[in-house]
Design a protein around this ligand. Sequence first.
Ligand SMILES: Cc1cc2nc3c(=O)[nH]c(=O)nc-3n(C[C@H](O)[C@H](O)[C@H](O)COP(=O)(O)O)c2cc1C
Length: 510
Amino acid sequence: MKWSIAILSLLLCLVHAEGVETMNHLTVKEQKLAAIAAYAANGDLPELKKALAAGLDAGLTVNGIKEILVQAYAYCGFPRSLNALGTFMALEHERGNKDPEGKLPGPLPAGKSIDFGAANQTKLCGAPVKGALFEFAPAIDEYLKAHLFGDIFARDNVDWRTRELATIAMLGAMTGVKPQLEAHISIGKRNGLSDAEIGEILAIAQAPAAVPPKTSAFPVGRENTAYAKYFTGKSYLAPLTGDKRLNTPVFNVTFEPGCRNNWHKHTGGQMLIAVGGVGYYQERGQKARRLVPGDVVEIPPDAEHWHGAAPNSWFSHLAVECNPQTNQNTWLEPVSDADYLAATRPGVLSPKVLVVYFSWSGNTRQVAGWIRETVQGDLAELKVVTPYPANYRSVVAQARREINDGVKPPLSTRIEDMAKYDTIFVGTPNWCSTMAPPVATFLTGYDFSGKTLIPFVTHGGGGEAACASDMKKLAPKATFRKALVIRGNDVAKSKAEVIEWAAKIVHANP
Ligand SMILES: Cc1cc2nc3c(=O)[nH]c(=O)nc-3n(C[C@H](O)[C@H](O)[C@H](O)COP(=O)(O)O)c2cc1C
C-alpha cells in the first residue's frame, strides 16, 4: 500500500481537472480500440477476437492495432500481450491478410533511448519523475524511461493520446491497479482526453463485451447477423409477433452505443417506438431527432432515413413494419462517422445538462457516469481541497463532525459557467442520513433559480433519508424532481435502471 502510494506520487503527477469540460465523444474507432485494449488486458481471447474484427471493420489498421497490443506488455505483461498478438495474427490469417496495413513507425530519435525516454516521460507527466522508489530500485526507473517511455512511446505511428486511451482501457479492465489507473487518467487528460471521454473509456473497460444490457422489458434477442452489412456496429433483433393472420411484424431492435443502420427507405413506411436507452432518428436533409423511451416515429413511405443508438448509450426500439403485403426495403450507403457525430452532437436537441456528484468510495461516481452517458451532458466530480481520510472509521468521524457543525468543506471543483445549464443531476452518498458535506458546499455556492435539480443518492441501507429534503433547503429557488435512490451494494447491477430513469426524467415536465 505504502509503495502504491509512492508509485502514484512518484511516477505520475496528478493534475486534477477543475471545473467541467465541454463533452467530446470518442470516435467509433476509439471505442473499438478501447474494447480491444480491455480484452487484451483481461485475457478474454474469444471476445478479443470479435473486438478485433469489429475494430478492423470500423477502420482501425493492422499496424495501429499491433502497436497497442505490443504496448500492452508494459501494462499487463508479456503473456497477455503475446496471446493477444497471437489471436490477432490468426484473425488476420482468417480474413486473408487483406485489412489495411496502416503506418509503420518511423526511425527512433537519435541518441540513447534512456535520454529521449526521460524527455518523453517528463513531457507526458508535465514534470520530471523522480523519488525514493527509484532510488530504492533504480532498475525500474531505467526500464520505465529507456523502454516504456523511450522505445515504445517514441514509436510514432500511434499518437500519445491514443496510447493513453488504450492504457486507461487496459488498467480499467484489470484489478489491483487503481493508483496507476488514476495516474494514467491524469496523463490522458494532459494528452487531450476529456473527462467525458475518459468516462467512456472506463465504461468500455468495465463492460467491453458487446453483451447487450436489458434496456427495456422486451427481449433483446440474438445478434443481428443477417442484416449486419447494413449496420455500423452491432445490433440485436428479437421478433415479437408471428401470427400470419395478423400480418403485423414487430421486432425489438437493440443497438450498441454508436451503432446505426445505413440510410434506407421502405415503400410501406415504418413505425418506431423507443423503449430503452437513448437513440436518434434522422430523415435525409433534416435535423436528427433524439429518442427516449415512449417516443414514437412514423416514417413515411419512401423517406430516406437512418436510426440507431446515441454514441454513449444502448438503445432499443420496437420496429413495426407497415403495409407488409407490399413493403420493400432499399438499403443505401452507411452513415459516415462525421455525419453521425454531427447528428448526435450533444446539446443540439436536449436541455443543457450537468451531472455533478461527490463520491468517496465510487458508487455514486458509477451512477453519475451512466447518467451522463444517457443524458449527454457535462460531468463534474466535486473534489474537496483537503481530501477525506481513506480510512472508513476516520471518514465517518469527520463526516459526523462536519454535519453536526454545519461545515461546508471548500471544493477545488469550480463550475465555470453555471448559467449555461438548465438541468442539474446532483449525486451524493448518504452520509449520516443526509448529503455528504461537499454537496452542501456546492449547493450553497451557486444561484439555482430557474434550474431543475434532480438528486440521486446511493446508501448503505438507510435509503434516501434526508439527503434530498436537505438539498431542497439549501437550494430553495430550484425546482426539484424525485430522487433516484440506489443501495451501494446494488449499484453494479443497476445500469439499465439508471439509464431508463435518466432518459425519462431529463425530458419529463416538472
Ligand atoms: C462517512 C460515511 C457515512 C455514511 N453514512 C451512512 C448512513 O447514515 N446511512 C447509510 O445508509 N449509508 C451510509 N454510508 C454508506 C454510503 O452511503 C454508501 O456506501 C454509498 O453508496 C457510498 O457512496 P460512494 O461510494 O459514492 O462514496 C456512509 C458512508 C460513509 C463513508
